[in-house]
Design a protein around this ligand. Structure first.
Ligand SMILES: [Zn+2]
Length: 417
């Protein structure tokens, strides 16, 4: 029963047999094999039956070996252990070592950088059950790509084929092949598909310095001006983004960033904050329509002058001659014509509430006559320079109980720049 050449073979080659590795981790295996062989011979002696060895791994029986078959079923190989868990055995130790080095470099862009495995990775020479010994090619794929698995993936509403391919690092061709889709398949009708996934056995960790330019956003500094309307907004200083160079130490596991620590930053360009003046003055309740659609430029506001009160606002800009003048609100025309009072051709309208009237002066042409009912926005005249005027403009007045008030307080929100 006891085979002498097998015995010496075992003695020479065995350092550790992968028989239930957790139980016998640190026991020299040659001793166990000898004891077992002795035991087998004893059993055989007593029962005259041909017993053998039962090899188990992780509590699972993987081989039942008759003593004379031992040589064919257990072979010298190198085992790969990740965090003390046996993964596989392979014949060629140098090949395995090279593949592990290749994996260490796989994700690192700068080949001078140091990388390490996240897991404790160990190679162990010994005798391994034949069934656990895989080819070089299989070992290479397992280490570099991972453990292949087919999962059933539920397609969600937000998925599209590009996203799925990117997520699982696969291609539409592979998905079609795996699911036996023909060329006519309708992706939008699918709810689940089979997808090939690779679960990494060993992860690679490395850190590198990364330099990047970072835009520093300017801030908006607002200054309130109570003399301007709430619609007023003027940028007095344009905001300009700053620029910094950051050097970060970035740690990756495989190709995924896990931490980023800023090491230094230097300013290339200082940011310039935006300065804005914003009006806070509230506009009156009457919401009168702006009378000259052509321009909102006020060339002279309402207010006290050396020669007396300027009783309205002057609206003017180049090209304003003969542009439309419209009624600020609905009402009745109470004057239309020239009165030789300096206003030139002018129109007055008494509005529907009976308290407010508006006046439109220096017109080149009038489109209404006294007594006409007008509606808000209706054309009543054209801009001109008649009467006491130095150029084409509309002198516009708002009167409350016939007393001139600042028209800017009565124009609709959003109409004054
Ligand atoms: Zn005026």
């Amino acid at each position: 029963m006891y085979n002498k050449s097998l015995g010496s073979f075992l003695k020479k080659n065995i350092t550790k047999l992968n028989v239930n590795p957790r139980m016998i981790k640190n026991i020299r295996i040659s001793f166990i094999i000898f004891s077992m062989l002795a035991f087998i011979s004893t059993v055989n002696y007593w029962n005259n039956q041909n017993y053998g060895l039962i090899l188990s791994y992780k509590g699972k029986e993987i081989a039942k070996i008759k003593s004379e078959e031992l040589k064919e079923n257990i072979q010298p190989a190198v085992g790969l252990y990740v965090d003390n868990e046996f993964v596989f055995a392979t014949k060629n130790k140098d090949f395995l070592r090279n593949i592990l080095s290749e994996l260490k470099q796989k994700y690192v862009k700068d080949k001078n950088l140091c990388s390490s495995f996240v897991e404790d990775v160990r190679m162990d020479c010994g005798l391994y059950p034949f069934k656990e010994i895989i080819s070089d090619e299989e070992a290479k794929e397992l280490i570099l790509s991972g453990k292949k698995d087919i999962i059933s993936y539920e397609i969600s509403e937000n998925d599209n084929w590009d996203l799925i391919c990117e997520k699982f690092n696969t291609t539409i061709e592979k998905i079609k092949e795996l699911n036996n889709f023909d060329n006519e398949f309708q992706p939008e009708n699918l709810s689940t598909i089979n997808i090939e996934t690779f679960e990494k056995i060993i992860h690679v960790k490395y850190s590198q310095m990364e330099q990047k330019e970072v835009q520093i956003a300017f801030e908006s500094i607002k200054t309130e001006d109570p003399s301007k309307f709430t619609t007023f907004k003027q940028v007095t200083q344009k905001g300009i983004n700053g620029l910094e160079v950051h050097v970060d130490e970035v740690t990756y596991i495989n190709d995924e960033e896990v931490t980023r620590v800023n090491i230094s930053r230097s300013t290339i360009k200082e940011k310039i904050d935006e300065q804005i003046i914003i009006g806070t003055k509230k506009i009156g309740d009457n919401n009168l329509l702006w009378p000259v659609p052509y321009t909102k430029n006020i060339s002279s506001p309402f207010g006290q002058r050396e020669d007396g009160l300027h009783t309205g606002i002057d609206i003017s800009s180049s090209g304003i001659a003969n542009q439309d003048v419209v009624a600020c609100s609905g009402g009745t025309v109470t004057h239309a014509g020239d009165n030789n009072n300096g206003y030139g051709n002018y129109v007055t309208i008494l509005h529907e509430n009976g308290k407010i009237s508006t006046l439109y002066a220096h017109c080149s042409k009038l489109s209404v006559k006294c007594g006409d009912k007008v509606t808000k926005g209706q054309k009543i005249a054209e801009v001109g320079s008649t009467g006491k005027s130095t150029g084409n403009h509309l002198h516009f007045e708002v009167r409350l109980n016939n007393n001139p008030v600042d028209p800017e307080d009565y124009l609709v929100v959003g109409q004054i720049n």
